[in-house]
Write a protein of this length. Sequence first.
Length: 594
Amino acid sequence: MNFHVDAKVGSICFFSKFGKQFIKYTPNKFYLMRWTIKPQPEPDQLKHLMDVLNIDAVTATLLIHRGITTFEQAKAFFRPNLDDLHDPYLMKDMDLAVDRIEKAILNQENILVFGDYDVDGTTAVSLVSSYLKTIYPNIATYIPDRYDEGYGISYKGIDFADDNGFSLIIALDCGIKSIDHIDYAQEKNIDFIICDHHRPGDVLPKAVAVLDPKREDCEYPYDELCGCGVGFKLIQALGQNRNQTIDDFVPYLDLVATAIAADIVPITGENRILAYFGLQVINSEPRPGIHALIQQVKKKELTITDVVFIVAPRINAAGRIKHGNHAVELLTEFNLEQAQQFASEIEQYNSDRKDLDKSITKMALQQIEDYNEKERFTTVVFQEDWHKGVIGIVASRLIEVYYRPTIVFTKSGDKYAASARSVVGFDVYNALEACAEHLEQFGGHMYAAGMTLKPENYQKFKDAFEKVVQETIAPEMLTPEIEVDAEIDFAEITPKLTRILKQFEPFGPQNRTPVFWSKNVVDTGYGKTIGSDNTHLKLTLKQNNSPGFSAVGFGLADKLDIIQNKKPFEAVYCIEENEWNGMVSVQLRLKDLK
């Protein structure tokens, strides 16, 4: 499928196997999305799972989509168990890391816990440092300054360690590509333990231990841990040496769950167990810092989605607007009153962050308009005074408007620094790797990355990135997709199904909230737009003789004409519980209508 944007009439013209389609488009969203049904299970496989679990076809289909085909796998999925966490010593170099820390404790060395300034890094530093302080006093923390030092291990941080008598640095959520930095530290007789989860390069740094489940020579059974997750495995290994059990580490899981949610790692396997129990801690006995953050928003019980949109942005705001140290202070503070003061300050940082990302997004959109770059396969924008702390958020905002791989640059010292975000299915890290000759450094994941380059290489990189993406991206990736788990009738939406769906939580990558498709749906006639700016839809939907369901469609006000006059239409939606005035009812959260 090929497409072009007609700027004059505000529409997009697609040429596909269905012929020419014109789609209304505004600066806020695409009005046509691809609805695709996931491959449906083989009948024999479906019947087997229905029989062994005594479940309906819808539930069995959802499980098979998640790779669950046996009673034992289903039991592990529905009943997460801390005993199913892997032995931390299965991770390559874990024995070396523990031995070096034990040696440092024995010799009374000073240990510096170093980590990135984002949520994953600051939670990891808070976790490892707070645990180490329970067994040894000579522990300090270091978060690099986002603007002065940039991402990852910094020479300034190593110099700080040297000046203050630290002979061991534990680096968290960074370091896997810091070859030169580790060599520099060795010259100063400073040892490094690296705990990272990013993809390694061809050469590993010469650290005492490199803990990274993505190492090719690491046979650890699960390689999707976040940086804080790797840090958790390190303290778990240290604890095993002290005859501690997994129960001793449950209080740290609020930090791990926060990092898992914020870093958008798969909610599968070990991550699902850690997130499941971490959410329990967050909702029952969180550390004072997280408790103080939750108090700011006055929400009773948090889901993993709430952690993504409520807790994580506030922790991130410290590093974006001020300094990541403020997040570590909050997360390691055990006096609630002091934690509340820290949380109040961070709330202001978050408010400032929101104002910044709104204004920069507006400028970036205007830049795309001014330079007539709507028809490109990529978005690459730059302005030297854009705030470095919010360019990643701005990149995500731009994808909401122009659905394509996006990079936002700003000036950082004598170089340009950027954050990249990608669309579903496209590996932006691989694309950057193909343009590496124009970059000073880069790192990240399939969907998010960071980089720096010299100003004179900006246009060369921009052109090369456009070329690589144009040649490698599948055309359908440039249209937002809604993946549907199953087509169902409203009669199948029973209280039992709703209860079972709750047991699929926590949701996240590779365990997304189930999406359903229903046809011949009608509104009872009272559908209306709601919200302060009337951008949302509120409906009551029926299908045949089924009971009516309340439904809400955020950002779907433009679909009002589809549902009027009791005309039948199709809907894709999620099923959720809605609580209002103490009453709980089933609600459909609409994703799209046609």
